[in-house]
Design a protein around this ligand. Structure first.
Ligand SMILES: [Zn+2]
Ligand SMILES: [Zn+2]
Ligand SMILES: [Zn+2]
Length: 382
């Protein structure tokens, strides 16, 4: 995982909160109220997302807001149903909801601005602060030194802003949000809206709560990485083991492709987590469209994709990789995707190894070399 600090991983990490024990505590807390019991969020300042589910947080003894991952996971598994409750504006960099509205000087971005009355002298065209024209009890134009007598005939007055730092006068301040978590300034139009949900227990959830066991359910991870609709790494690794076994038995070869966006780290730091996640989602949907039913597209880490191609040797894998590059190049030109290039590595069983570790080793090595090259690049040999 290459994303550290308060930048949350792209939801590929299994949080320690997702345990069987916690899942059962939550489901039994729901089941006591029956299927009609709905649990809604309430707003909470110290929860980073700006809201939490007090009853659930209390049931599992976590910090406010940490329980949301667990509720989402139980809903992915089909034990809870959810319905939209509200939407919140959050910071696109850290997904924090504690945003403060600020007005800034559009020229120098200073926060030191004040609302002032501004006067316009029709005769000479002077426009400036009324306080600069006041002489004792009259208004005297600082430019032509004539008295401005009649409002609407000699002069006009309007309310504007004055920057104390650069002295500019303007009617429309720059409006931004300041994030109280990561301290970044976010233009008003660039916050992202995230929904909050009301959860209810489903009949399947009731069954689990009654049985008091999640046995038969993969507790650690499902097969699908839900935000991206890709297979989980665990599932991919298991399938590679199976293909390796099949090779040993029947000599049926297969290929694995690893792919990474070269400018991902830059995208993440310049455009924020939301845009980076959005990009991973876009590529995920390209993968879903370009793979056959028997192929296995998944995430290797935050931004490295892995695609297992059964019954495909090196030539076939190269054709696939080229088609993928083309699709990514021809994506609708989102501003933040400009200049993004792709590194692709291919390894084939048996040519590059007949064990999982050897194949993954070859892939990592080739991907690093592909990343060091300029532009889109595919490497399939040592
Ligand atoms: Zn004047
Ligand atoms: Zn200014
Ligand atoms: Zn932030």
């Amino acid at each position: 995982m290459s994303i550290q600090g308060d930048r949350v991983g792209l939801e590929t990490r299994v949080e320690s909160i997702l345990t069987q024990d916690n899942a059962l505590k939550v489901l039994s807390s729901f089941s006591r109220g029956g299927e009609s019991k709905a649990i809604a969020p309430i707003s909470h300042q110290s929860s980073k997302g700006g809201y939490y589910y007090p009853e659930i947080a209390q049931a599992i003894g976590c910090e406010p807001g940490e329980e949301i991952r667990l509720l989402e996971w139980l809903s992915d598994l089909g034990y809870l149903s959810k319905e939209m409750f509200d939407q919140l504006d959050v910071c696109p960099f850290c997904l924090g909801a504690n945003l403060r509205f600020r007005r800034l000087c559009p020229s120098c971005h200073s926060k030191q601005i004040a609302r002032k009355d501004v006067v316009h002298h029709f005769r000479c065209g002077w426009t400036g602060l009324e306080e600069d024209a006041i002489e004792e009890t009259i208004l005297l134009c600082p430019k032509c030194h004539r008295q401005m007598r009649h409002f609407g005939i000699d002069y006009d007055r309007s309310s504007s802003y004055h920057c104390l730092s650069c002295n500019k006068i303007f009617t429309q301040p720059e409006e931004v949000f300041e994030c109280n978590h990561c301290s970044r300034q976010v233009p008003k139009s660039e916050t992202i809206l995230i929904p909050t949900f009301i959860y209810r227990i489903t009949p399947q959830g009731m069954d689990v709560a009654k049985k008091g066991s999640l046995s038969g359910i993969t507790v650690c991870r499902g097969i699908i990485e839900s935000p991206y609709n890709l297979y989980t790494l665990k599932h991919i690794e298991d399938r590679i083991e199976e293909l390796v076994m099949r090779y040993h038995r029947y000599q049926a070869g297969f290929s694995i492709v690893m792919m990474r966006l070269k400018q991902f780290e830059r995208l993440l730091s310049e455009k924020g987590l939301a845009k980076a996640t959005q990009t991973v989602r876009i590529i995920s949907s390209v993968l879903a469209g370009e793979t056959r039913k028997l192929d296995l597209p998944g995430l290797y880490d935050d931004h490295t994709f892995i695609i297992v191609l059964p019954q495909t040797l090196q030539k076939g894998a190269q054709v696939f990789a080229k088609r993928l590059l083309n699709c990514i190049r021809n994506l609708p030109p989102a501003e933040y995707l400009k200049g993004i290039t792709t590194a692709i590595a291919i390894a084939t069983c048996p040519d590059d190894g007949i064990e999982r570790a050897a194949l993954i080793g070859a892939l990592k090595n080739r991907l690093a070399r592909a990343e060091a090259l300029d532009g889109d690049s595919i490497i399939c040999e040592n």
